[in-house]
Design a protein around this ligand. Structure first.
Ligand code: AMP
Ligand code: ZN
Length: 563
């Protein structure tokens, strides 16, 4: 089906599109000709033979004569009539039976066949290609990553052994492609791996190990490898990978960390040394419904509220921002400060998380909660052969009885993590319906389903593809970035020379780049200054910790760091 669509798409591009216009004009000409013949037919029949026919009959007659079908049910009986019918037949033969098929063949079929036959997948990148990213293995993650690379204008090449896939990527999607086996050193060389900026290995674990070994036998370009089984990370390093990304484990962690309703300390997402980033659901805290100014979180704890989340929408708050009950605060500060907040937030409720789907990601989420420790119940319709530690409830989670008999009415949070997005939308909707105030964190296997999951009632959606792509982008830019969530990075930069001596207000960092300063670490001070006021002077030797999208991070470097 996809192939037919892509073949049809061929006719909407370039030369074929122009030819389509010619065809349209020609067909209009034929329609007009038939209409003229129909009018003449009626006039001649009436004037020569005194017979009256409808206009539709005229069209019918013109078409049957032009196509040489000539049923013979309507015929002239006069000489002039015969002459007219002969002219119509001859013009039909010329315009419909000769020019039209010939035109179709020469304008569409021949160029299309020629195109298919001419396609030879590229077997080598041009000499001198450098600083590009070589991607082995194309799937939803690398596709999302490629979209980010294209947005940033970074060059890349995809290596695939599949001729058809190569043709589709290169021809239909305009990507740079090398067709060949990823474990063939000649192919690795043809992709100009030695002068590349990074190599991304995104196939199965054994194939990735093989790619690492092949690349290492050729060059020292850094390699980022995704691993399915975190236990293979060591092997991958041994084979030569510089960065190993246990994606399923990370996805499980992102889901788990957002699912609990207990205190901020359980929600530390990432850290820069002593500076921790944590999320806290507003629900259950005394701050619910207050503005940031009224809540006085900074004054009471020293913590900065650097963002708020509501149903997937991240906002950089102002003092007037209201902390809504169903939103989350993103906090920055030290562990001590988070503890202080926890003591202010009231007593912790007993937590209970339902994990729907005990596959690779659900199991990783369970492992994370185990260490917190937060109690959880796993539900799956089948056994997970790679897990011997957990005992799930067996059953189809979409059947109400399965969840209710497992005690779903006591759940405080639910992680929806099956491998089917339709099931995930259904489970999100059903959980929201059964328990309106429950916390729902859902996994999107495909990016296009993220909005649907939010609409179904998820508080937070983690998309495999965009999380994977964001992690890859961070690795690529060798950023000291904390990955807080899709599309938001916290990153550190030493104070650029251009900004030394200015105040934060005069630096115009936010208007020029969109990034905001989260904290300032000053030489000689042990704790970073969280959310420094705009009149703060930026002194040489200081470090900035900023928050922004990956694109804003690149803009920051372009504006302040690079010349
Ligand atoms: P993974 O992609 O490895 O995280 O695996 C997803 C898990 O979801 C598999 O173990 C499936 O058995 C499980 N799963 C899929 N649909 C359902 C369902 N309707 N009820 C319970 N578990 C499911
Ligand atoms: Zn498990």
């Amino acid at each position: 089906m996809k192939t037919i669509a892509s073949e049809l798409a061929y006719f909407l591009r370039g030369r074929a599109r122009k030819n389509l216009k010619v065809l349209f004009i020609y067909c209009t000409f034929l329609v007009v000709l038939i209409l003229i013949y129909a009018v003449l037919f009626r006039a001649l029949m009436w004037n020569l033979e005194g017979r009256e026919f409808s206009f539709i009959a005229g069209i019918y007659w013109a078409i049957t004569v032009m196509t040489t079908l000539g049923f013979g049910d309507i015929t002239f009986h006069t000489d002039l009539g015969y002459v007219f019918a002969t002219v119509v037949t001859l013009s039909g033969v010329i315009f419909l039976l000769i020019i039209l098929p010939f035109g179709m063949i020469s304008l569409f079929l021949a160029p299309w066949i020629e195109d298919r036959l001419r396609y030879r997948p590229s077997s080598e990148l041009p000499e001198g290609t450098a600083d590009h990213i070589v991607i082995f293995g194309i799937n939803a993650i690398t596709r999302a990553f490629i979209r980010k690379l294209q947005a940033l204008g970074l060059p890349f090449v995809v290596v695939t052994p599949d001729h058809d896939e190569a043709m589709k990527l290169e021809d239909d999607e305009g990507m740079s492609v090398i067709c060949g086996s990823p474990t063939d050193v000649k192919v690795v060389a043809a992709a100009k791996s030695a002068s590349a900026r990074y190599i991304i290995a995104n196939l199965s674990d054994p194939e990735n190990v093989n790619i690492c070994l092949t690349v290492r036998s050729h060059c020292q370009t850094p390699i980022a490898a995704l691993v399915e089984d975190p236990e293979h990370a060591g092997l991958m390093h041994l084979a030569g990978a510089n960065q190993v990304i246990p994606l399923h484990k990370l996805l499980g962690r992102y889901l788990a960390v957002r699912s609990t309703t207990c205190g901020a300390l359980a929600h530390i997402l990432d850290s820069f040394g002593d500076l921790k980033f944590a999320e806290l659901p507003v629900h259950g805290t005394p701050f619910s419904g207050q503005t940031l100014q009224e809540a006085q979180i900074r004054q009471k704890t020293g913590l900065a509220v650097i963002g708020t989340w509501k149903r997937g929408k991240f906002t950089v708050p102002t003092s007037e921002t209201v902390l809504e009950d169903d939103s989350l605060m993103m906090l920055a500060g030290t562990r001590e400060q988070l503890k202080t907040l926890e003591s202010l937030s009231g007593k912790e409720e007993e937590d209970l998380i339902f994990i729907l789907g005990h596959g690779r990601i659900g199991c990783a989420a369970a492992r994370f909660l185990e260490h917190k420790p937060v109690p959880f119940i796993l539900v799956d319709q089948q056994e997970n052969p790679s897990c011997t530690e957990h005992i799930p409830i067996y059953g189809d989670a979409t059947i109400r009885h399965t969840l209710m008999s497992a005690g779903f009415e006591h759940a405080k949070g639910v992680i929806v993590t099956t491998n089917n997005d339709n099931t995930n939308v259904f489970l999100t909707l059903a959980s929201r319906h059964m328990r309106p105030h429950i916390r729902i964190v859902a996994r999107a296997n495909y990016e296009e389903n993220v909005d649907q999951l939010y609409e179904a009632g998820a508080d937070f959606v983690v998309s495999n593809a965009s999380v994977g792509a964001s992690i890859l982008l961070n690795v690529l830019e060798s950023r000291a970035s904390a990955f807080l969530t899709e599309g938001i990075n916290v990153f550190r930069r030493s104070l650029p020379e251009k900004l030394i001596g200015l105040t934060i207000a005069d630096s115009h960092i936010r208007p020029r780049t969109g990034c905001s300063i989260v904290a300032l670490s000053v030489a000689g001070e042990s704790d970073p200054r969280v959310s420094p006021p705009p009149e703060t002077h930026l002194e040489a030797g200081a470090n900035l910790i900023l928050i922004g999208t990956p694109e804003q991070e690149v803009t920051f470097d372009a504006v302040f760091v690079k010349d």
